[in-house]
Structures are given as structure tokens and as C-alpha cells.
Write a protein that binds this ligand. Sequence first.
Ligand SMILES: [Zn+2]
Length: 161
Amino acid sequence: MDMATISTAVSSVKTAIDIAKTLKDSDDLFEKAEIKLQLAELISSLADAKMQIAEVQEELITSDKEKNELKEKLSLNENLIFERPYYVIKQNDNKNDGPFCQICYDNDNKFIRLHDRNINGAWNCPVCHQNFYDEDYDVEEAEKRAKTELDRKMDVIKSVY
Ligand SMILES: [Zn+2]
């Protein structure tokens, strides 16, 4: 928070009080014009103080927001687990949220939800397009599918020639 803004606000209020005191003690010493001048200064001083206090208020709100974001980040860091090859976030009910892309988080601090690729344990990041394979990845099933796909393409080629 900006301490200079606060002390400027305080000194504006002090000036306003001083002017008010002068006016109060002036009896009829001041000419009407002089009183008007003093009042104008008083109003301007109070307006300055109002602006400076509003500035401090805004800074306090921003600082509060930053504090909360930091708290959230801290609690996130406590619950963020690297479960090779991706990140998951431990939830209160002990279930995990995710998985999230390790590359996108490590590079940009962004949580990008991985999409599953219609085969157990195979994932893809929609942002950096990296493929991930976890321990559930079924190599045999993947090879079977790849072979089926290859056979299908061969059939197409054979039917053409
Ligand atoms: Zn990614």
C-alpha cells in the first residue's frame, strides 16, 4: 500500500481543519471576500483528501485481492500432484481433478485439461498438442487398433488398384 498517499490525505484533512479553525475564530475580522477564499480552500482541501482516501481504498481492495489469489495459489500448490506423466489436483473428497497438461502448466502456469483419446490411458493436450500415456495405457489395444486401421487403408488401396 502507498504510505505517501495516506500521509498526503492526512495532511489535506489537517489543512482543512486548520482553515475551519481560522474561520471559526475569526469573528468579524475577515472581510466577506476573505471568508469566501478560505472556504474555497477548505473545500478544495477536503476534495483532495476525498480523492486520496478513495485511492487508498482502491489499493486496499487490490491488495486484498492479491492476498486471496496468493492464498488460493498456496492451497493449489499443496494439492497439486505430479502423477507422471501429468498433473492432478487433489480434491477434498480425495478424488482427483484433472489430468492437466504438464508442459502447459510448467511453461505458462496454465491448467489445460487433457482430452482422452478414445483409448485407455492415452491423452492429448488441446493447446500444445502433446500426447501423454499413463500407466493405464493399453499398448496391445493400441497396436490392434493401429493394425485394424492399417488393414482398412490397405483394403481401400487394393480396391482402387
Ligand atoms: Zn499442453
